[in-house]
Ligand binder design. Structure first.
Ligand SMILES: Cc1cc2nc3c(=O)[nH]c(=O)nc-3n(C[C@H](O)[C@H](O)[C@H](O)COP(=O)(O)OP(=O)(O)OC[C@H]3O[C@@H](n4cnc5c(N)ncnc54)[C@H](O)[C@@H]3O)c2cc1C
Length: 495
């Protein structure tokens, strides 16, 4: 008889794990706190408008290909590469920098701003590309089951990369480029890790290589939620049952075996194997009551920035905006080094705007636009009070109106705001941190909460706060690493 697996959470990590496990013949049942699947990869609909709720593009598309090939399925969604990638505006200028993948075209954007841009960028990409290929299989795609194996893995990375481990991403950019604009724009990738370039190790400059050179960024036709729709459809056909509005709050065990997880209504969900897709650090503390993950300990760990998100339905078409846009100020160093701890005013914040209706016209009524605004902000440890949410949203809308020369404020038909407290409540994101645990060198690979449990032999973890880390492709890799652990432990030929 097939072994039964209960997966707690239907984020991309949980869904990809379910796809792999059903392919291998396991029976899977999924339990989800939210009212629909997807976790952070979700969608919002209101008043005729649709928005991707959080992720708006993804990199490393070949990780989805690996998943699809492993599961022997047709690709359940259609995606296309972005080129140009995005536009950037600084508050002291009307200019929008268009970030092309073609380096010569890109160089034209920085004419008169950065001398020898193309040559410097080629050198930067050569260095970061080499590093990317040196760490991808040695570190990112691996389960490390002991500190020794991690140390050996690290030692196998060519020593020439060592300086990038100790300096910050900003220091490395500062060494290679002279202009404020170039340094700021190519350090934005640090925010994709939920951090700033000042506290992100330079090794993550590999993200510039993935964005400009390696595989680029991709959008999903019909919106990002098509990924979830497509996977859930396949899983349902495979007999997977989904239970929504069901939150796991407790557990049962005998000896070193978890025997059931218990929901808010006292129902016990039993299985042979359990996979937790809820945040791997938070779950160990809040549900399993592990001392190493008490609130005190979690508070001392480093978490990624929290999201402050605004979803707008706006009358009329806004020509000044592209699908992906960044709006930045002129005090980047001060702003981003102080934002974490709420030491800088949020009156003039830095933010990202996505206009999904430009790529998917059905996302807004004819002639109108749907806008998603994302502003990285301090988490609830540093800013517990969000009663100023409306004011903050209004500041952004007024600033955006001026910068794109369109009266957005006067044309808003629909507005939804999610502050970090909402994000915490919706998906149990620790203190509202948007991307889970940060990726400092002491919080990655073997040092990150493991995908196998310390006590229960039949409990595993998948998703952002376990290995390898955050973002959609990482959730897919995480499912691969977790399933490898399950297969290793439940390989019937060995038992
Ligand atoms: C604002 C924002 C923008 C982002 N943009 C991008 C982007 O453009 N590109 C990109 O690649 N990544 C992006 N990310 C990151 C990406 O969304 C995440 O890394 C990824 O979706 C995480 O997937 P996951 O499976 O780890 O976790 P989640 O999506 O968080 O899934 C975990 C699930 O577990 C459920 N759960 C939690 N606790 C319980 C419980 N006790 N009982 C039952 N269910 C529970 C939650 O409700 C949730 O559905 C963004 C994230 C945010 C917040």
């Amino acid at each position: 008889m097939a072994r039964k697996v209960v997966i707690v959470g239907t984020g991309l990590g949980g869904l990809s794990t379910a796809l792999r496990l059903t392919t291998l013949g396991f029976e899977v049942e999924m339990i989800e706190k939210y009212h629909q699947p997807g976790g952070r990869l979700n969608k919002l609909q209101h008043n005729g408008y649709t928005w991707d709720m959080a992720p708006t593009f993804f990199s490393m598309s070949y990780e989805f290909k690996e998943l699809i090939d492993f599961c022997g399925i047709e690709r359940p969604f259609d995606f296309f590469e972005l080129d140009p990638l995005y536009k950037v505006n600084f508050s002291n200028s009307k200019k929008f920098f268009t970030i092309h993948k073609d380096i010569h075209k890109l160089a034209r954007e920085f004419e008169g701003i950065e001398d020898d841009f193309a040559e410097k960028m080629y050198q930067y990409l050569e260095k970061t590309g080499k590093l990317f290929h040196d760490v991808e299989n040695r570190i990112v795609h691996r389960n490390f089951n002991s500190l020794l194996s991690y140390a050996l893995g690290l030692a196998s990375v060519p020593w020439g990369h060592a300086p990038l481990m100790v300096k910050s991403m900003w220091d490395e950019l500062n060494r290679r480029f002279t202009s404020y604009e170039v340094k700021v724009i190519f350090s934005l990738v640090a925010f994709f890790l939920g951090a700033t370039p000042f506290d992100t190790p330079a090794v993550y400059s590999i993200l510039t290589y993935t964005e400009l050179k390696h595989d680029g960024y991709h959008n999903v036709r019909g919106g990002m939620y098509k990924i979830v729709d497509g996977i859930v459809d396949i899983l349902s056909k495979r007999g997977v049952k989904f239970h929504y509005n069901t939150e796991i709050v407790d557990f049962k065990y005998t000896n070193r075996k978890l025997t059931g997880v218990i929901d808010q209504n006292g129902n016990i969900w039993g299985a042979d194997i359990f996979v937790v897709n809820a945040d791997a650090a938070w779950f160990r503390g809040a549900i399993l009551k592990r001392k190493a993950y008490s609130e005190n300990k979690l508070d001392r760990m480093k978490w990624t920035l929290a999201p402050f998100t605004v979803y707008l339905g706006v009358k009329g078409k806004i020509d000044g905006l592209s699908v992906h846009n960044y709006f930045l100020g002129t005090n980047f160093k001060e702003y981003s080094s102080k934002i974490f701890k709420n030491q800088v005013s949020l009156e003039k914040p830095y933010y990202y705007v996505n206009v999904p209706s430009k790529a998917n016209p059905e996302f807004a009524p004819d002639g109108n636009e749907s806008l998603f605004i994302l502003c990285p902000v301090p988490d609830l440890r540093y800013k517990p009070d969000w009663t100023d949410s409306n004011e903050l949203a209004q500041n952004i809308i007024v600033d955006l109106s001026e910068r794109v020369n369109y009266d957005i404020a006067g044309n808003v038909e629909t507005q939804i705001i999610y502050n970090p407290a909402h994000w915490q409540k919706m998906f149990n994101l620790y203190k509202g941190s948007g991307l889970g645990l940060a990726h400092d060198l002491n919080q990655i690979a073997y040092m990150r909460p493991h995908n196998t449990d310390e006590m229960f032999k039949n409990l595993f973890y998948v998703g952002s706060s376990t290995i390898p880390g955050t973002g959609l492709p990482m959730a897919v890799i995480s499912s691969k690493l977790t399933v490898e652990q399950i297969v290793k432990r439940y390989d019937d030929r060995k038992n």
